[in-house]
Structure formats: C-alpha cells, structure tokens
Design a protein around this ligand. Sequence first.
Ligand SMILES: [Zn+2]
Length: 145
Amino acid sequence: MTGASHLRPEFVEFIPDRLEPGVLYISRRYATASHLCCCGCEREVVTPLNPAKWRITERAAKVSLTPSIGNWSFPCRSHYWISANRVQWAPVMALEIIQAVQARDRRDAELYVPKPPSWIRRVFDELAGASSLLLSKLKSWWSQS
Ligand SMILES: [Zn+2]
C-alpha cells in the first residue's frame, strides 16, 4: 500500500466503475471528480464540482482542486491538497501546533476547574489522532523516495 505523490488528470464523460490509483478522473458533464485516496488506502474519494463543494482549475495541463480534501470519514483520515497535479499533504508544522495546543489544553484542564467542554477535547483528540497517522505516513513516504 503506497501513497500517490502525483495525480494524473483524466477528463472523462463517465467516472469509471473501477478507478486506477494515481488518476484524477474529471467529468465536466456530470460536474464531478473522483480519485482513489492518495494515502494508498484505495478508498474512492468523490468530489462534486460546484460552488458549494470543490473547484477545478486547469493551467498548462495541470489540475488543481480546491479546497483541500479531508477524508475524515475514512479510517486513514488523510488530508491533502491537489495542486498542479501534485499531492500536498497537510503541513506537518500545522499538525505539530495542533498537538502543542492539545498538550496545553490538557495542562490547563488539570489547572483549572471547570474543565473545557468535552466536545472541544474530542475535537483536539481527533486532530491529534489524524496528525500522528499522517506523520507516520509522511515518514514512510520519505524513506521510499
Ligand atoms: Zn486513505
């Protein structure tokens, strides 16, 4: 199971039933795009193309998709941008900041009563879980190249 660092855009009328990894299928007719999750988990990511969802921009045969793709509903919880055919993972720095905030949040929780609402702690826990997964993925990614 290896992740993709690039996606090749392929303009199609219909999104095929079986997607190839590393290909971003774009159907202008049906205003949708699909690809297999770039972490390598091979789950299908569907990105409807409309002002409320995603937007495709094309420049010199390279495709960018905005906003970022956050696969929070997948076990991998991967989060990345597709920019000029490249897969750019959510910055590690930002994730480290989240972890630092979480650590501070824990300390604060010990110091002060009342504790922060449980939903805030749950959100931070989720973010930290996603970031450590991503870090391990980035590490294995770098060691491959
Ligand atoms: Zn994935």
